[in-house]
Design a protein around this ligand. Structure first.
Ligand SMILES: [Zn+2]
Length: 389
């Protein structure tokens, strides 16, 4: 297998350098964006690994005054972001390297936004035209380097940040939060455990699948979602079964970026439920979507018939239409070791009414193909809890 065939520079939806080993271009990427003193934002787990040491050394050897900021949670909080802003200012930094999984990417992008603002973070929540409040001149440039294939936050224009005081996840949005440069290097993903590979990969699938089912008119996003799902179908089982499969890892990174590109068309009930459950139970975002996926498909069945017909044909599934897609999702989930019910991942029914209300109010609910009430969301959550498909 010749991995060089995949070595590409793409400029859609932003500048993307794809290929094995391309992390060596990190210092050059920083300079391209005019940085001389980047702040490398990552999470504490990664900060302890040699790959972060190597990236820091590379940048410093190149003469870039680079410091590390790793004080962020798995679900990054508003406080984490403001601590990062303080570190950015104290170190005299002029750009951000957002390096890691979704938490590090989201935190890094939010820090780069907030270093130039005088208003508090929650003033930029994705509600109404809050994005218009952003002072773009103060924003710092971002190089994004994903080490998991799932969130696709490297090509997203938003960050999901937890408001600890209110126990909710808020989406902070501005079009300029799209990182100006992305490095997709599958070698950074090789050490990822199978469980995280599976959960994050299913997040990528949920992005493409929910975007594909969104009722908004956006054929470009629809096309990207379809091919993103095909890449997951072909490569996620391989990446889970053999973590060192560079080709599978590369295609999953691309599928992840495609999922996030597609969901400019909107998400749906999987994310409307995963957001409150992540905030209330601190559960893994990708795992929540993976468990929720078949229950949401089932609940949406009346609104997605023609879409499922086309998807089943495109993926060349054994059975046509909705039944074929549902069977495929269930089979994929069990093949890669995703639990069948939310109760198996430590979630209980004590806050079932609250979850329903929060899901109905979540921005992702607006583009679900079927409009659910809070009590319908609670019932859907209950079925996923008990494993009743
Ligand atoms: Zn997601």
């Amino acid at each position: 297998m010749d991995l060089n065939q995949y070595r590409m520079n793409w400029n859609y939806p932003t500048s993307i350098r794809v290929g094995a080993g391309r992390i060596v271009e990190l210092p050059a990427a920083c300079r391209t964006l005019g940085m001389s003193a980047p702040l490398l934002v990552t999470d504490p787990g990664l900060a302890a690994l040699p790959l972060i040491d190597r990236a820091l050394l590379q940048c410093r050897d190149d003469g870039l005054k680079t410091e590390l900021f790793a004080a962020i949670k798995g679900n990054p909080t508003g406080q984490n972001v403001m601590d990062g802003v303080a570190a950015f200012k104290a170190g005299g930094h002029d750009g951000v390297i957002a390096f890691g999984g979704g938490s590090a990417l989201d935190a890094g992008k939010a820090i780069a936004l907030m270093v130039g603002q005088s208003r508090p973070l929650w003033d930029f929540e994705d509600v109404g035209d809050n994005a218009g409040r952003v002072d773009v001149t103060g924003m710092a440039p971002v190089v994004a380097v994903p080490t998991t294939a799932g969130t696709g936050s490297e090509v997203g224009r938003a960050s999901v940040i937890t408001d600890e005081a209110e126990h909710v996840k808020r989406i902070i949005f501005h079009p300029r939060m799209l990182p100006a440069l992305v490095i997709l290097d599958p070698q950074l993903c090789l050490g990822l455990p199978a469980k995280i590979t599976a959960a994050t990969g299913m997040d990528a699938l949920s992005h493409s699948l929910e975007a594909y089912c969104s009722p908004l008119f956006h054929p470009m996003a629809e096309g990207i979602a379809l091919e993103g799902m095909r890449l997951v179908q072909q490569y996620l089982p391989r990446a889970v079964a053999k973590g060192s499969d560079v080709e599978a890892r590369l295609h999953m990174l691309v599928a992840s970026s495609m999922g996030a590109t597609a969901f400019q068309r909107g998400l749906g009930a999987m994310h409307a439920l995963a957001h409150p459950l992540g905030a209330l139970y601190d559960a893994h975002h990708g795992l929540l979507n993976a468990v929720l996926m078949p229950y949401v498909l089932q609940a949406n069945q009346s609104g997605i018939g023609p879409q499922m017909e086309r998807l089943a044909r495109y993926l060349n599934l054994a059975k046509p239409g909705f039944a074929g897609v549902l069977d495929w999702v269930l089979q994929l989930r069990s093949e890669i070791g995703i639990p069948h019910s939310l109760s198996e991942i430590g979630i209980d029914d004590t806050r079932i009414d609250q979850v329903g209300l929060m899901a109905e109010a979540d921005p992702s609910a607006g583009t679900n193909p079927v409009g659910f009430s809070a009590s319908e969301y609670s019932q859907l959550f209950g079925r996923a809890l008990r494993g009743q498909l």
